[in-house]
Design a protein around this ligand. Structure first.
Ligand code: NAG
Ligand code: NAG
Length: 384
């Protein structure tokens, strides 16, 4: 535990006393400061329903980067659901994530509702449940009509600059992702291009759009970057080695690395023809790849998944046919429990993760159609 020297002396003294008195270990395995969001053990460290920002800087409010390891929560899709984003509905999901899994944050995935109300409702539900949020401006996938994406940005900027949520939002929003797999899905590929995201016009679109978005988010104090799979040899990563893993940064990786504040990585053994018993080795090796080639960027696994059965939308393995990866409830459970069992490794590597996904992604979902969850009675470790 790091004792924050900025703490009031009395509090620091109490802490030291508690440590020497031998507090239960769960108190020692907590955030580096007992007063920080969203992992605080202090009940007074809460987002305020009156929408007043906390009386401190954003930097003092959020937990230190060293606390961001292990399980954070779920990717929460807002896809296909223009009706399903009222505060009550979002909040019910958040309550389940918190109570059943111990989630402290959620990640907004593909918010397919193009209005300020969506952002306001997400913020309101997060405040009610005292959770941190990663937002994302992502749509369309695999298309280059970017008018909808522009609306997502402008509605978000409007809420951040001029709404009842403007002041508190940077204390709720941890980070902002520009698009979702923009390279893999070729979201910024120039109209009429060959569909190769490394083409000069397409790459210029990506770096320009990302730079503009990041500059704007910095006005609100919020870090920005992309959420992407860097295991794309010759694009994000360099030429492949004998195992097919890209070595070093590729042409797009080189261009993007200097203009992002974090690495939100998609580490997806599921899509790489890897069997479930080998999936952790791939995952752990990828974590090392990010640490080696992007050492200065905070690392968070924003997308990682397994499937409970064949999933026509997300085939996994060879996309042309059935998933090579074994898919069943048992495999899904084994995958996630193995990730959790390696919490100490994730701590050593200062790497946190979201489970992808909560809902709307077919057999990747934790939430079943009947409202139960695929892995009951399981709280993945936040502290280890
Ligand atoms: C993955 O497995 C190989 C072969 O057993 C081993 O040498 C390597 O250290 C493992 N990587 C990680 C990150 O665990
Ligand atoms: C959104 C965006 O920046 N689109 C540009 C992508 O690149 C093409 C070709 O250079 C431009 O015509 C688009 O305006």
């Amino acid at each position: 535990m790091r004792i924050n020297t900025l703490l009031p002396l009395t509090l620091a003294t109490t802490l030291i006393t508690s440590i020497t008195n031998g507090l239960p270990t769960e108190e020692l395995n907590g955030p580096s400061s007992p007063h920080c969001f969203p992992f605080s053990v202090s009940h007074s460290w809460k987002l305020s329903l009156d929408l007043q920002p906390p009386p401190m800087s954003r930097e003092e409010w959020w937990c230190a980067q060293e606390d961001f390891y292990g399980f954070l929560g779920f990717s929460m899709p807002f896809q296909y659901t223009n009706m399903d984003y009222d505060v009550e509905s979002i909040s019910q999901h958040l309550v389940m994530m918190k109570e059943q899994f111990g989630a402290t944050m959620f990640r907004v995935y593909i918010p397919e509702s193009y209005n300020t109300q969506l952002w306001k409702n997400i913020l309101q539900a997060a405040i009610i449940n005292n959770m941190g949020v990663v937002v994302q401006v992502a749509f369309p996938i695999s298309g280059n009509s970017l008018s909808l994406e522009a609306v997502l940005e402008s509605t978000l900027f409007q809420v951040l600059s001029d709404s009842p949520y403007a002041a508190i939002a940077p204390y709720v929003i941890f980070a902002a992702e520009y698009l979702n797999e923009p390279v893999g899905d070729c979201d910024m590929c120039a109209a009429g291009s060959t569909g190769n995201p490394a083409d000069p016009a397409s790459l210029a679109n990506l770096t320009q759009g990302l730079t503009n978005f990041r500059n704007k988010m910095h006005q609100f104090g919020i870090p920005a970057g992309i959420s992407e799979d860097w295991d794309r040899p010759n694009l994000m990563s360099g030429p492949p080695n004998a195992d097919g893993v890209g070595v070093g940064l590729g042409v797009i990786g080189e261009a993007v690395a200097p203009i992002i504040d974090f690495c939100h990585a998609h580490i997806m053994a599921y899509y790489h023809n890897i069997q479930v018993q080998d999936a952790w080795n791939y995952t752990a090796s990828q974590v090392l790849w990010y640490k080696q080639y992007l050492p200065k960027l905070p690392l968070l696994i924003s997308e990682m998944m397994w499937a409970t059965s064949y999933n026509v939308l997300h085939a996994g393995g060879y996309v042309t046919g059935f998933a090579v990866a074994e898919v069943s409830v048992q495999d899904y459970t084994l995958f996630w429990k193995t990730v959790d069992a390696n919490c100490k490794y994730l701590k050593e590597q200062n790497t946190a993760y979201f489970i992808h996904a909560w809902r709307e992604e077919g057999t990747l979902d934790m939430l079943n159609d009947d409202g139960t969850v695929v892995i009951p009675n399981w709280k993945p470790q936040k502290w280890c």
